[in-house]
Write a protein that binds this ligand. Sequence first.
Ligand code: NAD
Length: 280
Amino acid sequence: MQNIIDVKSIVNESKEKLKIEIDKLKKENIHPKLAVILANNDSASQIYVNKKRKMCEELGIIDEEYILDESVTTEKMLEIINKLNKDKSVDGILVQLPVFSHLDEKLILNTISPQKDVDGFHPENLGRLLIGEDTIVSCTPKGIMKIIDSLGEDLTGKNAVVIGRSRIVGKPIACLLLNRNATVTICHSKTKNLENYTKNADILIVAVGKASLVKKEMIKDGAIVIDVGINRIDGKIKGDVDTLNVVDKVKYITPVPGGVGLTTVLSLMENVVEVAKRRK
Ligand code: NAD
C-alpha cells in the first residue's frame, strides 16, 4: 500500500551514502570503531546486538564486543568504559540496556564520554538537544526524523502528538519536533482522554509498548503516524497502532516490523561515523 512508508528503501539509500563516507575515512587511515558492552541475559538484547554487529560488518565499521556475565560489578564496567573513553581508536561506546539489575545503570551511562556516547543518552547530549544545539542524537528519534524528512513535509505549525515520555524515545523526539517548529504535545500513562489529543495530531508518534493502543477512531484523517512500539504477540511482532484498520485513514504510516527498528540501527552507524569524522 502506498501510504505504508517503505522504510527499507530509505535505509538502503542511506547505507549506500554512509558506505561511501566510511570508505573515504578509511583512505585517510580513520577506521570507525564501535565498542558494544552487553551485560544482561535478555534474549531481545542479544538480538539487537546481533543486528548491530551485522550492520557494522556490512558497512565496514569495526565492532568490538564485551559480553559480560552476571559476576560483573559496576566497578568493572566503569573500568572498561574508562579504558574505552581514553582509547583514541574507539569512536563510539554503547552499553546495551537493560544491564543486570545489581549494576548501577545510571552511573554506568553517565561514565561514557559524551563525545563517544553514540546512543545519545548522556545528560550532556540530552541537554544540548533540549536547547537546540548540535549534538549526538539518540538513535530511535534520529531515525524517526529521517523517516519524516523522507516524506518532504514541512513541520512548521503542525500539531505533533507524542505518546510516551521515555528518555530513549518520547522526550528526545518531542524536542526534535519542537526544534523543527511543530506544536508538540506529550501524552503518557497519566494522560486523561488520550483520544482528545490524538484526534488533532497531524503527526502522531506512538512509543508505548502496548499492542493496538491507537485505534482508527483516535486518528485524524490524513495524519502521519509513526509506530515505534514493539510487542511480541503469539510469536509475531506488532506495533502500538491498529495498523490494519487505520491504514486507509492516514496519509502515511510506518510498518512494524520493518519500520522504525531499521532506522534505529542505521542511526547508530551514522553516529559512529559522525564521531569518527571528528578525529580529523
Ligand atoms: P518505556 O516503557 O520507557 O515508556 C513507555 C511510555 O509509554 C511511558 O512514558 C508511559 O508513560 C507511556 N504509557 C504507558 N501506558 C500508556 C497509556 N496507556 N497511554 C499513554 N501512554 C502510556 O518504553 P520506551 O523505551 O519508550 O519504548 C516504547 C516502545 O517502543 C516499546 O514497545 C519499545 O520496545 C519500543 N521501542 C522501539 C524501538 C525501535 O527501534 N523500534 C526503540 C526503542 C523502543
